[in-house]
Design a protein around this ligand. Structure first.
Ligand code: TYD
Length: 215
């Protein structure tokens, strides 16, 4: 029986992704699973340095393909250092974003297309694909409003968050299109609902996955 599990959280900033992820991790640990939590871009010392380049406003205009390559550079490091070893130990890996973000943000948002992203993905991720991808879906204007909730955050919009509304609309549409293509793995949850209701739906998805795996 395959013991390891790989679950990723996706969606625009301001959809409540990190809150939901934290609760899911608590839930899985209560069920007795060993859980390794990580985030992208970043999650390793080198990956966090790459993240700084990707998100710092002073980076300015980055060629979309350079952005894509840096996302996958950080991911390659994370796979080797964290994800592969944890899965090999039979742990549950929960990541705040993974490769679906590159398809949505770079493939759709930056309009590089799915084929360009897939080319990187085949080399770098290969068969290490998530078992379950939870997409928290919210209208980009609402998401932006939430991400900017407090005035401190407003001053700190990172380079990608600062991309316009049209970009974020393409990203959202991208996530939804990807989910339509792979409905068995990519599950869309409406992030307009209450925190409790969203969590309930996510746990139901995870329970379904666990019971299919016989755990
Ligand atoms: P995130 O850590 O979720 O941002 P925050 O710390 O503000 O919650 O992600 C950083 C940004 O990187 C986010 O705007 C999405 C973007 N991103 C991509 O464009 N492509 C990718 O492959 C990944 C992993 C993230």
């Amino acid at each position: 029986m395959k013991k390891d599990l790989f679950i990723t959280f996706e969606g625009l900033d301001g959809t409540g992704k990190s809150t939901q992820l934290r609760r899911v991790v608590q839930y899985l640990r209560k069920l007795g699973h060993r859980v390794r939590v990580t985030r992208e871009p970043g999650g390793t010392r080198t990956g966090e340095r790459v993240r700084d380049i990707l998100l710092a406003s002073r980076t300015g205009n980055l060629a979309p393909l350079a952005e894509l390559a840096l996302m996958y550079a950080a991911r390659a490091q994370l796979l080797q250092q964290v994800i592969h070893p944890a899965l090999a130990r039979g742990e549950v890996v929960v990541s705040d974003r993974y490769n679906t973000a590159s398809f949505a943000y770079q493939g759709y948002g930056r309009e590089l297309g799915v084929a360009a992203v897939r080319a990187f993905d085949q080399v770098i991720c290969g068969s290490t694909q998530p078992d379950l991808i939870i997409v928290l879906d919210l209208d980009p204007e609402r998401a932006r409003g939430r991400a900017r909730g407090d005035s401190n955050r407003r001053l700190q919009l990172d380079r990608i968050e600062a991309a316009g509304l049209a970009f974020h609309k393409r990203v959202r549409a991208g996530y939804l299109a990807l989910a339509r293509r792979a409905p068995e793995r990519i599950k869309v949850v409406n992030a307009e609902q209450s925190i409790g209701e969203i969590q309930r739906q996510i746990r139901a998805l995870i329970d379904g996955l666990l019971s299919r795996r016989g755990k």
